[in-house]
Write a new protein. Structure first.
Ligand SMILES: [Zn+2]
Length: 166
């Protein structure tokens, strides 16, 4: 048997499964995608552990005194290694936006409000969700307080904010 004949007899194995087509021009079809993603929070782990205990942990630079409202291993100003510090659970809306679209996980919840939370003496802001206020009623300077999901998912969405008047 020569090489050419061998090649002609080879075939790609096919399954008796068709495609689920929603539209032809342009083609829109269903494609199942699923994955278990194992990853490390590394140096940010204490922040997520804090959320599970009802704490928001920011960072402070012992060298120059810079303060951060988010996990930060090293200081943006001087490069020093930061230390954890607990942030107050009540803060102020520095700015906000209403989201009418979002990632798949959040699509069912649109429109929702994202806020940047500000704390006195903390030099950066914290991005979170504001719940329980109509978009037209949100305002800069509004006092807000943190709430935590009862069952931690160890995700940034474990914490969200509501107006302090609630
Ligand atoms: Zn520093």
């Amino acid at each position: 048997m020569n090489e050419e004949k061998k090649v002609k007899s080879m075939k790609v194995e096919e399954k008796e499964v068709g495609a689920t087509l929603y539209n032809l021009d342009p083609i829109i079809m269903k494609h199942h995608y699923e994955i278990d993603y194992i990853h490390s929070y590394a140096q940010d782990s204490p922040f997520f552990a804090g959320l599970s205990k009802g704490q928001i942990l920011g960072g402070k630079c012992p060298k120059c005194g810079a303060t951060y409202a988010t996990p930060r291993g090293h200081c943006m100003d001087c490069g020093g290694k930061t230390e954890w510090m607990e942030l107050p659970l009540e803060g102020t809306v520095h700015t906000y936006t209403t989201c009418y679209f979002g990632g798949e996980e959040f699509l069912d919840e649109t429109p929702f409000t994202l806020i940047m939370v500000e704390w006195p003496g903390v030099e950066t802001l914290f991005l979170s969700r504001l719940v329980g206020v109509a978009p037209e009623d949100v305002s800069i300077g509004m006092k807000v307080k943190a709430k935590f999901k009862r069952l931690s998912q160890f995700k940034p969405t474990d914490v969200y904010f509501v107006p302090t008047s609630e």
